[in-house]
Design a protein around this ligand. Structure first.
Ligand code: NAD
Ligand code: TYD
Length: 348
């Protein structure tokens, strides 16, 4: 039985990846390592917690001794590394937290696999899940490809870029069998409501102002999280060692247009008169260093591995809104406690 470690599996994307691997690969034992920070929630994977091929391990990747002991004990065959501090706005307030988890935490995992795989790398793989934000910002034209130079603008993207570089360097220097993917903005169920789409859905439900940064003309390329999990599965199994693949939705939206679309859909679903939610739109102070536009050229993964998004934005958004409306308990539990403090500081 192959032993596969997934880090950050209680978070947004990680929970969808863990579910897919546990259900699809009974021949693997899936270990989910997560520190359960504010962004990690065991509720996200409650449906698979008693599966025979699944084990949850609470632990912090910044603790090198803990990580080394864990790898020596379990001798993992593969690692899918998703654990990270992931929110740009939080990285502006506390950059060092991002260095600790995203850089040092990744280094600890790299050092641990370097040691346990030093004599036999056959069939082993370290898969580092990263972001398109490492490429910096686009102007009105063009797309990020796998050869676009790194040019990160936020502490978050700088920390992810640093970790990508270390993964690549361990491949070159120590022959680590690795693969990296850089994905665009995800959306879908279980997304923590500090990010644009779930924050807007939560605020619409609660009739609260919808804070749009700057002029709202910033552009993101949105991908349904389950399509990302499918791509991750494919790259883990069929991607080439020492390669990078860009993953994206071919689905660019300016923030303000997206917020209007959400308002319109939510009015329909909540039975509110058309135009009700849009009245909540409020332009607020811009994010410092705000990247104008992200857009991914996902042709490499399409041509080489046959992946493309399967869910249209229309379907994905509709399923996402339905999930939030059916899971108001989840929303309430993750927005109680420290969330309010974060929210007040961020949107004062
Ligand atoms: P998330 O913030 O929802 O989840 C992160 C998870 O990591 C949480 O469960 C958290 O408890 C855990 N974690 C944080 N610090 C940890 C530590 N020190 N030790 C162990 N666990 C820790 O993040 P997400 O949106 O699911 O993103 C997952 C990965 O995908 C990240 O590496 C992120 O950079 C990348 N990514 C995200 C997006 C996106 O749109 N969300 C897009 C591209 C790439
Ligand atoms: P976000 O979901 O934080 O993802 P990222 O910054 O990683 O792309 O933000 C997506 C876009 O939405 C980004 O341009 C910032 C903007 N935004 C707002 O306008 N208001 C908000 O309250 C948030 C959280 C984001």
């Amino acid at each position: 039985m192959k032993k596969i470690l997934i880090t950050g599996g209680a978070g947004f994307i990680g929970s969808h990846v863990v579910r897919r691997f546990v259900n699809r690969y009974p021949e693997y034992k899936i270990y989910n390592l997560d520190a359960l920070t504010y962004a990690g929630n065991l509720e996200n994977i409650a449906d698979i917690e008693s599966s025979a091929n699944y084990e949850f391990i609470k632990g912090d990747i910044t603790d090198a001794d803990f990580v080394n002991d864990l790898f020596v004990k379990h001798q993992f065959d593969g690692v899918l590394h998703l654990a990270a501090e992931s929110h740009v706005d939080r990285s502006i307030t506390d950059p060092l937290a991002f260095v600790r988890t995203n850089v040092i935490g990744t280094m600890n995992l790299l050092n641990a696999v370097r040691e346990i795989w030093k004599d036999n790398k056959q069939g082993k793989r370290f898969y580092h899940i990263s972001t398109d934000e490492v490429y910096g910002t686009l102007g009105a034209e063009g797309l990020f490809t796998e050869t676009t130079p790194y040019s990160p603008n936020s502490p978050y993207s700088a920390s992810k870029a640093a970790s990508d570089h270390f993964v690549r360097a361990y491949g070159e220097t120590y022959g680590l069998p690795y693969v990296i993917t850089n994905c665009s903005n995800n959306y879908g169920p279980n997304h923590f409501p500090e990010k644009l789409i779930p924050l807007m859905i939560n605020n619409i439900i609660n009739n609260k102002p919808l804070p749009v940064y700057g002029d709202g003309k910033y552009t993101r390329d949105w991908l349904y999280v389950i399509d990302h999990a499918v791509a991750i599965d494919l790259v883990f199994h069929e991607g080439k060692n020492h390669e990078t693949y860009n993953i994206g939705g071919f689905n660019e939206w300016q923030n303000i247009d997206l917020v209007h679309l959400l308002c319109q859909k939510m009015d329909e679903k909540l039975g509110r008169p058309e135009g009700t939610s849009a009245q909540l739109i409020t332009y607020v102070k811009d994010r410092p260093g705000h990247d104008l536009r992200y857009a991914i050229d996902a042709n490499k993964i399409n041509k080489e591995l046959g992946w493309k998004p399967s869910v249209t934005f229309e379907e994905g958004l509709s399923q996402t809104i339905d999930w939030y409306l059916q899971n108001t308990d989840w929303l309430e539990s993750v927005t109680s406690g420290n969330y309010q403090k974060y929210y007040d500081q961020q949107y004062q």
